[in-house]
Write a protein that binds this ligand. Structure first.
Ligand SMILES: Cc1cc2nc3c(=O)[nH]c(=O)nc-3n(C[C@H](O)[C@H](O)[C@H](O)COP(=O)(O)OP(=O)(O)OC[C@H]3O[C@@H](n4cnc5c(N)ncnc54)[C@H](O)[C@@H]3O)c2cc1C
Length: 393
């Protein structure tokens, strides 16, 4: 079987669906491929998003949202804690989504905008003409499918192959990948009001554990550890230990493991006829691991640039430069700063973490954003945070 279109989007996660929706709304003929038979399932995500930015991009349907939280509670290794309000808590705090419903809903929006959505269709490679990509070879419900298109957008997640096929270097060192394990847990002890973060090198070396409530005493309880500090099975082992210490009576009803990029902006996310979006482009926030909003934002930019580049008839890497420029000016700038924080925080001992959280216990941080909180932290702990002084001014 064969077909022809303007743009093939590989992957129907938040990045792919937002790209497909934007490009289709701009009048392009879009085909979006998803290898799974059910979009959004299984969920490899704690499902947290900041409310304000999310609502700027979509009008949420009530069933996309599992719960709405008041803020974030952050625990030091010694058990002391601080609370941040929802609007200052970062890109993962506000709504806890029901991604099985949300991802499907967003793909539906892309379809309503005019995109053709093909599930159970796996991209197998790029079709090439004179050394330039001219489409995608795929397998659709066991049958070969050839799609001719001058532009391919890889939104195929952390294990992305589109980048590699197009010769874009997306490899990350182990120190820039979080290895995560997560349980969906039912436990009366779950705090339904707050997203909780637990710091400590015994709990999650160079990472953190979390409990993201989903209502009715259900929560995504998980942890992520740096790849460079991990070994096979380590994330799951640590998660079981965390469950024992924090939710000893919790009932586990689902389990997922997965990787999350935590790098700075990579060198290139485009090639002739190809753009990468979301986890495929390593656009995740390296400090928090939050990638849903960045993938959606990058998807909007990619869809808009696709329409312009097709109208201009220039799909070369140079013709797609606007995509690089726009996402780097916004997502990339934040990502670079977060990366500096991450590189610093992964070096902290439990004693340092206790000192930092403890120093905030008498401050009113409820209305501070990360920058404001850092300023206060710096004032209280100048010696410990000296390395970050350039980020404080
Ligand atoms: C344990 C864990 C917890 C997380 N928690 C959060 C959180 O709370 N908040 C947050 O913002 N982020 C979180 N993240 C990160 C977040 O899940 C990702 O950043 C986000 O899903 C990226 O969206 P995406 O569209 O780029 O990729 P994905 O959502 O991964 O979508 C990629 C899609 O491409 C499809 N695909 C792959 N290969 C092919 C192929 N060859 N052909 C066709 N289809 C293909 C996949 O099936 C998938 O549906 C978490 C990640 C992990 C691992």
């Amino acid at each position: 079987m064969s077909m022809k279109c303007d743009v093939v989007v590989v992957g129907a996660g938040p990045g792919g669906s937002m790209t497909a929706k934007t490009a289709a709304a701009a009048g392009l003929k879009v085909v979006m491929l998803e290898k799974r038979q059910e979009i959004g399932d299984p969920v490899r995500c704690a499902e947290g998003v900041g409310k304000r930015v999310f609502c700027q991009m979509v009008k949420p349907e009530p069933d996309w949202i599992a719960t709405e939280v008041k803020g974030a509670r952050i625990y030091a290794p010694d058990g002391s804690s601080i609370v941040m309000s929802e609007d200052k808590g970062g890109s993962e705090v506000g709504y806890v989504l029901e991604r099985k419903v949300f991802d499907r809903g967003l793909a539906m929006e892309a379809a309503r905008a005019g995109a053709k959505v093909l599930v159970k269709t796996r991209a197998l490679g790029l079709r090439m003409k004179d050394g330039v990509p001219c489409g995608v070879s795929a397998l659709r419900i066991g049958e070969p499918l050839q799609i001719e298109a001058p532009l391919i957008i890889g939104a195929d997640g952390v294990e992305s192959k589109v980048g590699r096929w197009a010769g874009i270097d997306t490899t990350l060192p182990l120190k820039d990948i979080e290895i995560c394990a997560q349980f969906l847990v039912s436990d009366p002890k779950i705090d339904d009001q707050y997203t909780e973060f637990f710091l400590g090198n015994t709990i999650a070396p160079a990472g953190y554990a979390w409990s993201f409530p989903k209502g009715e005493k259900l929560a995504n309880v998980g942890l992520g550890i740096l790849g460079s500090r991990s070994k096979p099975g380590e994330a799951t082992r640590l998660l079981c230990a965390f469950m024992k210490s924090h939710f000893p009576n919790g009932k586990v009803v689902e389990m997922v493991v997965g990787g999350d990029p935590c790098s700075g902006p990579i060198e290139s996310t485009t090639a002739d006829g190809v753009m990468l979006v979301g986890d495929a482009a390593r656009q995740t926030d390296p400090l928090t691991g939050g990638g849903i909003l960045n993938a959606m934002q990058a998807g909007i930019i990619a869809g808009e640039v696709a329409a312009k580049a097709l109208a201009a008839g220039d799909l070369s890497k140079a013709g797609l430069k606007e995509y690089e420029d726009r996402w780097r000016a916004d997502i990339g700038r934040h990502q670079a700063r977060s990366y500096e924080f991450k590189e610093f925080f992964v070096k902290l001992s439990d004693k340092d973490l206790n000192q930092l959280i403890g120093s905030l216990s008498k401050e009113d941080i409820s209305k501070m954003d990360l920058r404001g909180m850092l300023r206060v932290l710096f004032k209280l702990n100048p010696k410990l945070l000296w390395e970050l002084r350039h980020l404080v001014v």
